[in-house]
Structures are given as structure tokens and as C-alpha cells.
Design a protein. Structure first.
Length: 289
């Protein structure tokens, strides 16, 4: 895909890192970008991540052959709507959202039906940092990217997006959109919700001034993701509320059972739970990416 003109809408960690990765790989001839935050556009230019950062999405995509929507999932429809007046014939559009059914629904609503040139995607990569200042050229290296083709999908568009991700060093797999959302409700969306809720609970305790200064590595490991973008994760949990709420209800039931074990002195059962969980994690550790 060398020589491709590329545009990204949204200059957060993922959008900025993708632009940086493609430029580093020599996979694109030019990079144009738009973000509603003027400071992010200016910084992207200063850092040499993009060649051009005009003041509208339509202007940013005007010459692009491949466009990536790197915005919070609930902003997908507006981002695409803003691009359409400038989108050239033959251009391919994809996204990086963590929910796929909501994205496909929004794209269909904007376009009247799912267009063959839209490819739904989700890179399994990121950090708790946000903003283009934290963009990394190697963020996607050896990471999995999931594409969720739809019934109207154009094979050439799918191949173009797949080649883009391969150029960043990522490994591309395909998945059904509903399956994707169920899997990531369990492995990503619920964990973020739990981390935010846990930190918020501690921050409201009377002893918070003693709790946080004495927190160790386990606390940092467990709560790191609560430093992620609240806007982005609000959108993700809201967009995938069905699967996440069902899992949350199940988790609440499991915690009530653990509480009963503790209150009733069933400590052998608590230890068995710990051993079972540790064994499961160790068994599947090689698959965690």
C-alpha cells in the first residue's frame, strides 16, 4: 500500500499512533488529519505526525484514499457525516472503535445502508494515556486487530484495511460483530467499569488520605486502566451496555457468594476459588495479548 494518501479523524492515542506507525513504515505518501481540538491538530503538526491538519473533516479527507475514524464510538456517526461532503470516489473508510454492532448501526443510519467501502475494525492495543502527545509508532506491533466484515462488504476495501494494519506490524483476524462485542464486554469493557467503580469507592471513603499514599504495586496494577479517558470509556460501556450489564450482574452475584463464604467462615472455599482463578489465568496466559 505504499504511496497511499491517508487521513485520520481524531488525534488521540490510537489515531496519532496509527499515523505515526504508517509514516514510520513508509506505507503512506501523505497524512492529513482533523480533530475538533485545535491544540491536538497543532501538536500533531509540530511533532511531524501529520502533513496537514485543516479545520474541517471534509477538507482532511478530500484527497485521501483511506480514511480512519479514530473517535469515541458514540461520535462515529457525526465523524462520518462530517467526512462525507469531502470523501472522494473510491475511498475506503474504517474505524478503531471498541464496539462493532453500534458502529455498524450508526454507519448504516448515516448512509441509509451499510456501504461496501466501510470496514469495521478494532485494534487490541492502547495504554491508559490519551492524546497525540503519547502516540507511539510501535503501539500495534505484534498486536491483534479485529475486523468485522458485514454482508455488503467490498472485498477490495477489506483487503486495503487489512494491508494497512499489517504495515503497522499488527496481526489481523476476522470476527462476527456480535461475537466481538460479547468477547470484549468480558475482557475489556467490564474490567474498565470495575476499575473506575473501585477507585471511585475508595476516593469517597473517610480514610482516603491514608489509603492512596499506602497503595502498593497490586493497587497500581489493578487500577491502572482507571486512568484511561473517561469520555472514551463512557461511550464504550454505553454502546455495549447489554453485554456489559449482563456480565456485571453475574459478577455482582459472584461477589455476593464470596461475601457469604467469608461471613460463614468457609475459608477452604475461598482458597479453592483463588486456586481455580490462578490456574485459569496461568492456563490462558499465553493467549492474553
Amino acid at each position: 500500500m505504499s504511496g497511499l494518501r491517508f487521513a485520520v479523524i481524531g488525534l488521540g492515542l490510537i489515531g496519532g499512533s496509527l499515523a505515526r506507525a504508517l509514516r514510520s513504515a513508509g506505507a503512506v505518501s501523505s497524512v492529513s488529519a482533523f480533530d475538533t481540538d485545535l491544540c491536538q491538530r497543532r501538536l500533531a503538526l509540530e511533532l511531524g505526525i501529520v502533513d496537514d491538519a485543516p479545520d474541517s473533516a471534509a477538507a482532511a479527507v478530500a484527497q485521501a484514499e483511506l480514511v480512519v475514524l479514530a473517535v469515541p464510538v458514540l461520535h462515529t456517526a457525526q465523524a462520518l457525516r462530517s467526512c462525507l461532503p469531502g470523501l472522494k470516489a473510491g475511498a475506503v473508510v474504517t474505524d478503531v472503535g471498541s464496539t462493532k454492532q453500534s458502529v455498524l448501526t450508526d454507519v448504516a443510519a448515516v448512509c441509509g445502508s451499510l456501504p461496501p467501502w466501510f470496514v469495521a475494525g478494532h485494534p487490541i492495543a492502547g495504554t491508559e494515556k490519551s492524546g497525540v502527545a503519547h502516540a507511539l509508532a510501535d503501539l500495534f506491533h505484534n498486536r491483534r486487530v479485529i475486523l468485522t466484515p458485514h454482508a455488503a462488504q467490498d472485498a477490495a476495501a477489506l483487503q486495503r484495511v487489512s494491508a494497512m494494519w499489517v504495515a503497522t506490524g499488527a496481526r489481523v483476524v476476522h470476527m462476527d460483530p456480535a461475537q466481538h462485542d460479547a468477547v470484549f464486554a468480558a475482557t475489556s469493557h467490564l474490567p474498565h467499569l470495575l476499575a473506575y467503580s473501585f477507585v471511585d469507592m475508595l476516593a469517597r471513603l473517610d480514610a482516603q488520605d491514608e489509603i492512596f499514599p499506602n497503595a502498593g504495586g497490586g493497587f497500581r496494577d489493578f487500577t491502572r486502566i482507571a486512568s484511561s479517558s473517561p469520555e472514551m470509556w463512557h461511550d464504550i460501556v454505553r454502546a455495549n451496555a447489554g453485554p456489559v450489564s449482563r456480565l456485571l450482574e453475574q459478577q455482582i452475584g459472584e461477589l455476593r457468594e464470596v461475601l457469604a463464604m467469608m461471613r460463614e467462615g468457609r475459608w477452604d472455599e475461598v482458597r479453592t476459588l483463588f486456586e481455580r482463578a490462578r490456574s485459569a489465568r496461568e492456563r490462558h496466559l499465553a493467549q492474553i495479548e
